[in-house]
Design a protein around this ligand. Structure first.
Ligand SMILES: Nc1ncnc2c1ncn2[C@@H]1O[C@H](COP(=O)(O)OP(=O)(O)OP(=O)(O)O)[C@@H](O)[C@H]1O
Ligand SMILES: *[C@@H]1O[C@H](CO)[C@@H](O)[C@H](O)[C@H]1NC(C)=O
Ligand SMILES: *[C@@H]1O[C@H](CO)[C@@H](O)[C@H](O)[C@H]1NC(C)=O
Ligand SMILES: *[C@@H]1O[C@H](CO)[C@@H](O)[C@H](O)[C@H]1NC(C)=O
Length: 448
């Protein structure tokens, strides 16, 4: 279509061609309208009840309960009293899960809760027990140590970690609790409990201080918690994350006003490098290896500094839970596929092996890097020596088999890394003088 447009433009001015120009323009307009319609329908179908009125109603209920002393959190005062949380739009409602965009003291955030109502979460049994046992005089408050103990149990349960292992979170919380040596109010405990029942919150909370490849939790009020706003990948645009989402916004807001620092083309190798860093991190830096079992662009997002963040953590499992999930009855290898996490069927026992056969790296190479660095998407650049080498490295990485030794996997990853660094250096070298300043800023952001 573009070629015909170009052809039509070339004969612009010649009378005969006028009609074809008009035709092409009309055609272009029609397809544009069609695509927009499609996106509109898609949005409305999948966000069923996602209306601004409903979202505001939900937040109002949170505030009513805050005022009644039922729930609390560090976000409540700003949300309910000071008016420093500005609702923007809702992002997603499904199966009760509420996700909305807002701006908190000028910072774009996403408010999330797995369930709409605070009362839908299971109450802390301990509080009920107190009510039953204490009667009128039972306002005795829980000791911080009890809270830590129960929170730890809940977290280990939720993440599938055996009770023997050390976890960072309880230690941190424990320290905090000891520092202020104070007891917790009912509202605080009930809110904490509602949050801990959301696997995503628990997961993010545990990894908060350990990695920058998960979304930062910025605050909470009752069962709603705020995470940093990120630019998510799109299913329909495999090629790239749109940084514009972070910098440009339909309405004038704190989102906008940022200069666009990096063009799409320059972004790819930098984001890819961050993916590699994340893989290495998840593999080695926690007490258990972390497996990502649903790898696709929509499940990752980037920050302005181009660090990659895993946003859909429903399908992220630590090694012990991964083993539980994989160990199933089977008759052949196909029965041992759990989304992107696969193992082998032991046909003598008819049981899947508990050890994952593929790896985060292999799947990311196959499902994310391969499309990015494919000749079709690279266009004219595909023939350049560095690009060819990169394509080969990505292909090799996508074909890594879990049976192979760890040393080869490391070699593959290091080669990829080297090629990406070189690609970035080459791109930077080719930039005009005016761009130099921009590029340097990116470099410092990534700490090369
Ligand atoms: N931190 C964020 N910044 C910007 N958008 C976000 C953020 N977190 C989530 N979103 C958007 O909200 C939508 C739903 O969020 P989320 O992934 O938490 O829901 P989910 O129920 O886990 O989704 P899925 O159905 O894919 O499992 C996502 O499509 C994503 O685009
Ligand atoms: C949440 O609470 C409101 C008011 O109490 C109620 O109308 C609504 O049905 C509840 N929603 C769910 C999902 O329970
Ligand atoms: C847990 O941590 C304690 C103290 O930090 C340490 O002594 C112990 O060995 C750790 N246990 C395990 C299983 O790592
Ligand atoms: C798996 O197989 C074992 C023995 O072959 C059997 O006892 C068990 O019920 C099976 N489990 C399921 C979930 O089918």
């Amino acid at each position: 279509m573009w070629r015909s447009l170009r052809g039509a433009l070339r004969c612009l001015g010649v009378k005969v061609c006028r009609r074809s120009v008009l035709l092409v323009v009309l055609l272009w307009l029609a397809s544009w309208l069609f695509l927009n319609g499609l996106v509109f329908v898609h949005r409305n179908m999948f966000s069923d009840f996602c209306t601004d009125d409903k979202s505001k109603e939900i937040l109002q209920r949170v505030c009513d309960e805050y005022q009644q002393g039922v729930l609390t959190g560090d976000l409540c005062e700003d949300l309910c009293v000071a008016g420093r949380v500005e609702y923007k739009r809702c992002l997603y409602y499904e199966n009760g899960k509420k996700v909305m965009a807002a701006s908190w003291r000028g910072v774009p955030v996403v408010l999330k809760s797995k369930l709409e109502n605070f009362s839908s979460y299971e109450a802390l049994a301990l509080l009920e027990y107190q009510d039953a046992a204490g009667g009128a005089g039972g306002e005795e408050e829980l000791s911080p140590l009890d809270v830590v103990f129960y929170a730890t149990l809940e977290i280990k349960n939720s993440l599938g970690l055996e009770t023997g292992t050390n976890l960072t979170l309880p230690r941190l919380w424990g320290q905090k609790l000891k520092e202020n040596e104070r007891t917790y109010s009912r509202a605080e405990l009930a809110s904490l409990w509602a949050l801990l029942q959301q696997e995503e919150y628990t997961f993010l909370r545990v990894l908060q201080d350990l990695t920058h490849h998960v979304a930062k939790i910025l605050g909470s009020c009752g069962h709603f918690y705020a995470v940093e706003y990120l630019a998510a990948g799109h299913a329909w645009d495999q090629h790239i994350f749109s940084l514009e989402e972070l910098t440009l916004s339909p309405s004038p807001s704190p989102w906008s006003g940022q200069e666009k620092m990096i063009t799409a083309k320059d972004m790819v190798p930098r984001v890819a490098l961050s993916f590699l860093e994340m893989v290495e991190h998840f593999e080695n830096d926690f007490s258990h290896r972390l497996h990502l079992c649903d790898i696709k662009p929509e499940n990752f997002a980037i920050r302005k500094d181009l660090t990659v963040v895993a946003i859909d953590v429903d399908m992220a499992f630590f090694e012990p839970k991964m083993r539980d999930i994989l160990e199933q009855n089977c008759t052949n290898d196909n029965d041992c596929n759990f989304f992107d996490c696969i193992s082998n069927c032991d046909t003598t026992k008819n049981r899947c092996g508990p050890k994952r056969r593929n790896s985060n790296l292999q799947v990311i190479c196959e499902k994310i890097f391969r499309p990015w660095f494919s000749p079709t998407l690279l266009g004219a650049k595909a023939g350049l020596p560095l690009q060819v080498e990169l394509q080969r490295a990505v292909q090799e990485c996508a074909e890594i088999d879990g049976g192979e030794d760890a040393r080869r996997t490391r070699a593959v990853r290091e080669q990829l890394q080297d090629l990406l660094v070189e690609l970035i250096r080459e791109d930077t070298g080719n930039q005009g003088e005016g761009q130099e300043h921009k590029m340097r800023r990116v470099h410092t952001a990534l700490n090369f």
